[in-house]
Design a protein around this ligand. Structure first.
Ligand SMILES: Cc1ncc(COP(=O)(O)O)c(C=O)c1O
Length: 405
């Protein structure tokens, strides 16, 4: 182990800190002349700023919205989340006490890692994985193992084989709905299988679900996603967020978990930040409880994102033909593509930036050296016209980098 931290006067855990490849890339690509398909940012033009302003105006007149609140979250928001979670679970009761509100769902991941993972403990992630989860689990000094994602979600048969062979994770993290970065959704059968494995082997499942509400009305795939994994086991901790459906700036995320987990996280959160923002939590509560408005807003998001997804994937198919295999997103914000002509997407990125377009190379989502030929493209933040131009630029970059080699 390196001892850089000692000479710098820092704690040992800082030695394993690495920056998120995507956040570094975002800093590099924040140029006006670059079309950004790299970040997982929701569309700025679809963020409901007028409704957010009205919610701010309304809650600022309430004394409780300008004060500290309970560490576990503002009671009004926990109540709204419990009711919505109960709906998603087909009416199964979800007590308010089982909901903890966090500073975005990223903080939920961090606090859960502190509560559940000792240094060296095994954590299983998707392969490819959400980079933010990889970062959290590596800070927690977990031993990270990965299980491939298939077209129907994490390969739970492979997980079962590994468990039978002796793998003993304390946590399995998966993005079951409209996966980041692969875009796929876990089948009901795999959900039941994963829940049964959690019960049999005694690990926690973190079901990370910021994208479940953003489903497209495509006859090809059916609409929406199967019921949450949490419907099938008490060992599932379900995370979600207001970032993608309302606005990231609210920094409102949450999880639903059994009392032992909520109790531990509450104590960790007391130490971390005392409590979240009563103001943005009250605003989120007001907007999430305004069902007619929220339903109409989600309809707009779903329609517009579906249209953007189709614009991006059909432009990619037209530009690259059979040199590129492209996913067909049924929801969420991402398309995943793999070059079949040997193109290295890490190298392509340099040419792409020169031509004014950014994406995330597949290696950013790998636990090893996989996905050199793959890339993640976010369709959420750009209009169909801009997406068509982005793909034209990507095509020119690809031709230029192919000529150069
Ligand atoms: C799978 C997944 N989980 C969690 C997050 C964190 O989101 P937030 O902290 O804004 O709720 C993201 C953000 O992109 C994500 O893609």
């Amino acid at each position: 182990m390196s001892t850089t931290y000692r000479s710098a006067g820092l704690a040992r855990r800082t030695d394993s800190l690495t920056s998120s490849a995507i956040r570094d890339l975002l800093a590099l690509t924040a140029r006006d002349d670059v079309i950004g398909l790299a970040g997982g940012l929701p569309a700025t033009d679809l963020i409901p700023v007028d409704r957010i302003a009205a919610a701010a105006e309304a809650v600022l007149r309430r004394p409780d919205a300008v004060q500290y609140c309970e560490t576990s979250g503002h009671r009004s928001l926990r109540g709204v989340i419990a009711a919505r979670e109960s709906l998603v679970r087909g009416g199964a009761p979800v007590p308010v006490e089982s909901v903890i509100v966090t500073h975005g769902s990223q903080q939920a991941l961090t606090l859960l890692a502190q509560a559940l993972i000792d240094p060296g403990a095994v954590v299983v992630v998707d392969e490819p994985a959400y980079t933010g989860a990889l970062q959290v689990f590596s800070i927690a000094e977990a031993s990270i193992e990965s299980i491939p994602i298939t077209d129907t979600g994490m390969d739970t048969d492979e997980l079962e084989r590994r468990l039978t062979a002796g793998l003993r994770p304390v946590v399995v993290h998966t993005v079951a709905n409209f996966h980041n970065p692969r875009g796929v959704t876990m089948s009901e059968q795999r959900r039941r299988h994963l829940a049964a494995l959690a019960d049999r082997y005694g690990f926690w499942v973190i079901e990370d679900d910021p994208y479940g509400e953003i489903y497209f009305d495509t006859t090809e795939f059916g609409i929406g996603a199967p019921p949450p994994i949490a419907c099938h086991s008490d060992r599932v901790i379900r995370l979600s967020s207001a970032s993608k459906i309302l606005a990231p700036t609210l920094r409102v995320g949450w999880f639903v978990a059994p009392p032992s987990v909520c109790g531990a996280v509450e104590l960790l959160k007391q130490g971390a930040d005392l409590c979240g923002s009563s103001m943005t939590q009250s605003m989120a509560a007001e907007m999430l409880a305004d069902t007619p408005w929220l339903d109409a807003h989600l309809d707009v998001l779903r329609r517009e994102y579906a249209c953007r997804a189709t614009a991006l994937t059909s432009a990619l198919v037209a530009e690259f033909g059979d040199r590129l295999s492209v996913s067909r997103p049924a929801g969420g914000m991402f398309a995943w593509a793999t070059f079949l002509d040997g193109t290295d997407t890490g190298e392509l990125l340099d040419a792409a930036l020169d031509h004014g377009v950014a994406f995330v190379p597949g290696t950013a989502f790998a636990t090893g050296a996989q996905y050199r030929h793959s890339l993640r493209l976010s369709f959420a933040g750009s209009t169909p016209t801009v997406l068509a131009e982005a793909v034209r630029r990507l095509g020119s970059a690809h031709s230029a980098s192919t000529r150069a080699t």
